[in-house]
Ligand binder design. Structure first.
Ligand SMILES: NC(=O)c1ccc[n+]([C@@H]2O[C@H](COP(=O)([O-])OP(=O)(O)OC[C@H]3O[C@@H](n4cnc5c(N)ncnc54)[C@H](O)[C@@H]3O)[C@@H](O)[C@H]2O)c1
Ligand SMILES: [Zn+2]
Length: 360
């Protein structure tokens, strides 16, 4: 008979898990593996709440397994390293994002793109090499192979830096890959949530012009005065949208729900690129004619490889880029998820695991 989550491994661990697609979390005892020779063990101090956690908790993508301990914006302090660990030592500040494994023999892995390895292993709700289930960062301790652990820049605060592990790399990678970093470019960011607000900060650090595209004016002041966006476009205002037609080189779309793409495609110049990073649970309608008429591209992008994740966080350290966070106690997590569903967060919830996760 399969072992229970509590018996699979030698080390006791404690976190919060959902037991079914209601997605409601409650305290949960499980176990972590012993620190292998290439592994890094760390005490979790903070973990961000990504909208993907919400999709997964509610099984909106159809591949969730329960019990599910979410969390893939995990930061903490190293407490033990295996004998073959080379770049990290006890006491270091580290982070783990969405990935904890991959095949390491395919073309994607050879090109530092573990994020596109067909056999990559997600930080939670996946099956690890040894057949056990992976559990995420809404928990007291984490063990991961060194390849999947990033060194956290000394100058960045751990709480506001945690969201970089997913939100940060998810927007940094397409900005780089699709060439949205060249000065003089005009980039749109759709959806000013966890991913979107960090996209504005990275794009500004690259020196491009940034327009936030939002359904309402409610975030205009913050976007332009606080986050540094150059302009703000209300997608429900036909006059504003008309005036902005054909003005953008690229758009990063972070929207978590089904929404129309035509108005966004129309904002692109010829050869412009609309890059989807938001992951709605149902297909979107893709109008073809407006693509043909300007040789435009619609693309997708999924987090980033480990080499690029380290590059991203080092870049963030250099430019002092962090997320704007609401730090909340562990027992607030269900309320935080309800608020996230209503986009009622400025702009990322981060759970204070170190101070508020109390073993039952
Ligand atoms: N591609 C990847 O690698 C990757 C990584 C992380 C997250 N994601 C996905 O990105 C999406 C966003 O994640 P997040 O954590 O930033 O979420 P979030 O909830 O913080 O932000 C989503 C934003 O979309 C806006 N929005 C929601 N419905 C909308 C609609 N119908 N029209 C316009 N705007 C709408 C919300 O107001 C909010 O500002 C999620 O689907 C998440 O799963 C993808
Ligand atoms: Zn995420």
């Amino acid at each position: 008979m399969a072992k229970s989550p509590e018996q699979e491994h030698p080390t006791k661990a404690f976190g919060w898990a959902a037991s079914d697609p209601s997605g409601v979390l409650s305290p949960f005892k499980f176990s972590r593996r012993a620190t292998g020779e290439k592994d890094v063990r760390f005490k979790v101090l903070y973990c961000g709440i990504c909208h993907s956690d919400l999709h997964m908790l509610k099984n909106e993508w159809g591949f969730s397994t329960y019990p599910l301990v979410p969390g893939h914006e995990i930061v903490g302090i190293v407490t033990e390293v295996g004998s073959k660990v080379e770049k990290l030592k006890v006491g270091d500040k580290v982070g783990v994002g969405c990935l904890v494994g991959a095949c390491h023999s395919c073309d994607n892995c050879a090109n530092d793109l573990e994020n596109y390895c067909p056999k990559n292993i997600l930080t939670y709700g996946a099956t690890y090499y040894d057949g056990t289930t992976t559990y995420g960062g809404y928990s007291d301790v984490m063990v991961a192979e060194e390849r999947y652990v990033v060194r956290f820049p000394e100058n960045l605060p751990l709480d506001a830096g945690a969201p970089l592990l997913c939100a940060g790399i998810t927007v940094y990678s397409p900005l780089q890959h699709f060439g949205f970093t060249k000065p003089g470019m005009h980039i749109g960011v759709v959806g000013l949530g966890g991913l979107g607000h960090v996209a504005v900060k990275f794009a500004k650090a690259f020196g491009v012009k940034v327009t936030v595209i939002s359904t309402s004016t409610s975030k205009k002041k913050e976007a332009t005065e606080h986050l540094g966006a150059d302009s703000f476009l209300v997608s429900r205002d036909p006059d504003q949208m008309q005036a902005a037609l054909g003005t953008m080189d690229g758009i990063i779309d972070t929207v978590s729900a089904v929404h129309p793409l035509l108005p966004l495609i129309d904002l692109l110049k010829s050869h412009g690129k609309l890059v989807m990073v938001g992951a709605p649970n149902r297909p979107l309608e893709l109008p073809i004619f407006p693509l043909l008429m300007g040789r435009k591209i619609v693309a997708g992008s999924n987090i980033g490889g480990m080499k690029e994740t380290q590059e991203m966080i080092d870049f963030a350290g250099k430019h002092n880029i962090t997320a704007d966070v609401e730090v909340v106690p562990m027992d607030y997590v269900n309320t935080a998820l309800e608020r996230l569903e209503k986009a009622d967060v400025r702009y990322r919830f981060v759970i204070d695991i170190g101070n508020t996760l109390k073993a039952a």
